[in-house]
Design a protein around this ligand. Sequence first.
Ligand code: NAP
Length: 351
Amino acid sequence: MSHRIPVTVLGATGVVGQRFVRRLADHPLFRIEHLAASDRSAGKRYREACAWRLDGEPYGGLGDQVMGEGAPEHTLSPVVFSALDTGPATELEPAFARAGALVFSNASAFRMAPEVPLLVPEVNPEHLELLKVQRTHHGWSGGIVTNANCTATVLVMALAPLHAAFGVEAVLMTSMQAVSGAGYPGVPSLDILGNVIPFIRNEEPKVEEEIPKMLGRFAGRTVTPADLAVSALCHRVPVLEGHTEAVSVRLRGNPTLEDVRAAWLDWHPEPQHLGLPSAPAVPIRLHDEEDRPQVRRDVELDDGMSIHIGRLRACPVLGVKFALLGHNTERGAAGGSILNAELAHAKGYLR
Ligand code: NAP
């Protein structure tokens, strides 16, 4: 394991950062070199700076590691996983890229920048080539690769096989999103217990702009967004992990429900062909039971890396509708970012 690539985790104390640390503890390609978060955490041992909230080995076995300052002069590694909020990410991620790191970011700061890949390896692996454009454009020796908003990540995995088989014309998505999506401490318990909140700041526009970019065509130097309309209605619900989405879609050529089902079943994307360590064997799990998928029964399967689809049926308005579920802090955040880095490694962007 000594050949593993050293990595820095930025935002290591947060909800997503802790998932990075747990996933990287025994990763075959990467090993944690530096942990960093805000100035409040720098200089403390990880166990003092971080209120660890996951099961498994506490602090990923790194409880005694001293946290560094989150700047490239102090904590530069060839690979940086960023679980920073958008504010600090805006400044720090380009600084690390300039200093030579390949930054895999969860923040929204650079997702829509034309030269930055917004990557879900099963959906748009070819978009990773934007890194070459980015390096020429900025003169960086490193780069930035982003993963999408967690709600958009789950949705795009369901849409990608349909877009490839038929073409998606319109999407209406109503979400029921877990509280972990708001980070820690997140939504006050007095606001969310026994409640549904029909507002998550900036969430709906993110889903609506990120889906066309991810489904867009990469033509050498740019991504042309896919021509489809997306309407997102986002809600916070008292669930710990897992975003549920009620989805209606209009597809070209009005395929039958059996055709739609076959498109999902016949989907064999690149990470699974490449055997990337974090790629689930089956990226889309189809459920036939009338009351699935359910957060408590399904979301932790496959280490949270597959998505779940059920209740496929006809929609009188758009043609096809279904229930969708995915893990927001694994597939939608830390696990998704690590899969991005595994793809970059497989494509020769990391040594
Ligand atoms: P969080 O629990 O609030 O954690 C935020 C992290 O950022 C902490 O480690 C914090 O460190 C650090 N931080 C705060 N201010 C900083 C500063 N000025 N400089 C450096 N570090 C700073 O948030 P989260 O849920 O993990 O989210 C992290 C990022 O992932 C966000 O951009 C979020 O939008 C994105 N994301 C989250 C999810 C999700 O489901 N939660 C899904 C997809 C994407 P201290 O402990 O030292 O304050």
